[in-house]
Design a protein around this ligand. Structure first.
Ligand SMILES: Nc1ncnc2c1ncn2[C@@H]1O[C@H](COP(=O)(O)OP(=O)(O)OP(=O)(O)O)[C@@H](O)[C@H]1O
Length: 485
């Protein structure tokens, strides 16, 4: 929309701008959302827009093209003065409460004098969508397994940085993909309350698309999706075997990217290995940044346990956090599950105390022993036992099977005997033979000694190389690993 106080100049600048940036982007950002006026002395081009968001967007993405278009039309440089004047754009105010989203076409629209007046935007605004977004980027715990994903998410959510392509996050279950997607959407909202941000899942996108087709409202669906500033789609692999949905998604993807919007997708696998993902979609995804999130390492797990426990007001001593971090392998969701169980057990154990939310070593042992008892029992082989023990202690198998009296070799021997007897069906003579043809009474003595120690003094310290707090801890941990093996 152009209004020239100096005749013809502003419309000519606008027309030149439209040619430079292309009709789609012009229609999207200027046609209904910008009014150009040129001072009589032709020193300044004033561009009035309805919101700070549009002003910032134009400032970041089109200032140079605007200045060039003005200079080329006038033969001299002009000051560009961007002004936020919502009163000049009564048509573009937020929808009234209760307004039917699908009733209102989106703005900006094509310049068609016969078309009805533009209606309020229909896309999810902060008040509608924010309540679904629970996670923020600031509460995401960062470690080597996810730091690139987190950095990419922060960059994409930064309204001051122009997006350079889609972001594709992939990784196993419960590792934080949804958290990052929601965090991006939330942060963009916080910076740009006018931003049109949509967080959805592959399944929801499919359902919305099918509903739109059935209700003959495909145009409204397309308008809603294609005029977003950020589209975040979780579990995008859901659309993999759905040809029509993929096709629709592909067009939306192209359209919103063309307009400079941000796109972030998440899936359990790399786009190239998602079965029945169309080649076109794969190539769009890999054009941007594809980042994997891996399982957190022990140090990150410690920080996650601390943060997640704090969120639940669960008090866990640092040394108990360390034990938990070593024993809780797997995803962050599994860590959350462990904390939930501990919280419930703490409440049952201390129902009347003032501190039902305190977790100590005893509770942790109780939990892991309980879990181990519930785990399906699989046959364990002697070879697996000795390998697991040697690996954990960092000691040579030959030393354990030989005559070495080093502290670790002796401990390795005792642990192998104890766990083999406990987890396999081997008799003492069989264990003695497997342990390098030892006398079987020596093996029985070793087995009895460790059993006695575990009963009388489970907190017997162990060498630091074993990374365990006590003998009981070490045995429980090894047993758990072997049961899972
Ligand atoms: N690095 C992290 N910092 C803090 N919380 C985390 C982190 N990673 C995951 N979480 C939390 O763990 C839980 C599971 O994470 P999320 O749902 O994001 O996983 P996901 O990768 O999307 O899993 P799925 O593929 O199963 O949907 C959430 O409560 C999330 O907030």
């Amino acid at each position: 929309m152009t209004t020239a106080t100096s005749p013809d100049i502003a419309p000519r600048i606008a027309a030149r701008l439209a040619r430079t940036i292309g009709p789609r982007r012009y229609a999207m950002w200027f046609e209904q959302s910008a009014r150009f006026t040129c001072d009589h002395d032709q020193q300044t081009l004033r561009v009035a827009v309805p919101s700070r968001f549009i002003a910032d967007w134009i400032e970041r993405n089109f200032r140079k093209q605007l200045a060039d278009a003005a200079q080329q039309e006038l033969g001299q440089p002009l000051e560009i003065d961007l002004q936020v004047t919502p009163d000049h754009f009564p048509d573009q105010r937020a929808p009234q409460a209760g307004a039917q989203q699908s009733d209102a076409p989106d703005s900006p629209t094509r310049n068609n004098p016969s078309s009805p007046k533009p209606q309020p935007p229909t896309l999810p605004r902060k008040t509608q969508a924010a309540r679904h977004l629970r996670r923020s980027l600031s509460e995401f715990i960062v470690g080597p397994s996810n730091e690139l994903a987190h950095a990419a998410a922060c960059r994409l959510a930064d309204a001051d940085i122009e997006p350079t392509g889609p972001l594709f996050l992939h990784g196993g279950c419960g590792l934080g993909k949804t958290h990052l997607l929601q965090g991006i959407a939330k942060r963009l909202f916080d910076q740009q309350p006018d931003a049109r941000v949509h967080y959805t899942t592959g399944e929801q996108f499919t359902n919305d698309y099918i509903t739109a087709v059935r209700a003959n409202k495909l145009d409204a669906f397309r308008k809603r999706i294609r005029q977003l500033d950020l589209l975040a789609v979780d579990d995008i692999h859901f659309i993999a075997n759905k040809q029509a949905t993929q096709q629709e998604f592909l067009h939306s993807f192209d359209q919103i990217e063309l307009c400079g919007a941000r796109v972030v997708l998440a899936s359990d696998s790399h786009p190239k290995v998602i079965k029945q993902f169309s080649e076109a979609l794969v190539s769009r995804c890999v054009r941007g940044l594809v980042v994997q999130i891996a399982q957190p390492d022990t140090a990150t797990r410690e920080r996650l346990i601390e943060a997640l426990a704090k969120r639940r007001r669960l008090a866990i001593a640092p040394e108990v956090v360390q034990t938990l971090a070593r024993r809780t392998r797997g995803s962050v969701r599994e860590i959350e599950g462990t904390l939930t169980k501990l919280q419930a057990m703490a409440a049952i154990n201390n129902p009347k105390t003032a501190t039902p939310n305190v977790v100590g070593h005893a509770l942790v042992h109780q939990l892991f022993n309980h879990d181990a008892d519930l785990a399906p029992t699989r046959p364990v082989r002697f070879e697996t036992v000795i390998e697991t023990v040697c690996e954990r202690l960092g000691v040579d198998r030959a030393e354990v099977l030989g005559r070495s009296r080093s502290q670790l070799a002796v401990l390795g021997r005792t642990l192998t005997i104890h766990l083999t007897r406990d987890l396999t069906s081997m008799s003492y003579p069989e264990i003695a033979r497997a342990m390098g043809n030892r006398n079987h009474s020596t093996v029985i003595t070793a087995a009895k000694r460790i059993l006695g120690q575990l009963e009388a003094n489970p907190n017997t310290p162990v060498p630091t190389e074993t990374q365990a707090d006590s003998l009981r801890d070490l045995v429980d941990d090894l047993r758990q690993t072997l049961r899972r093996a």
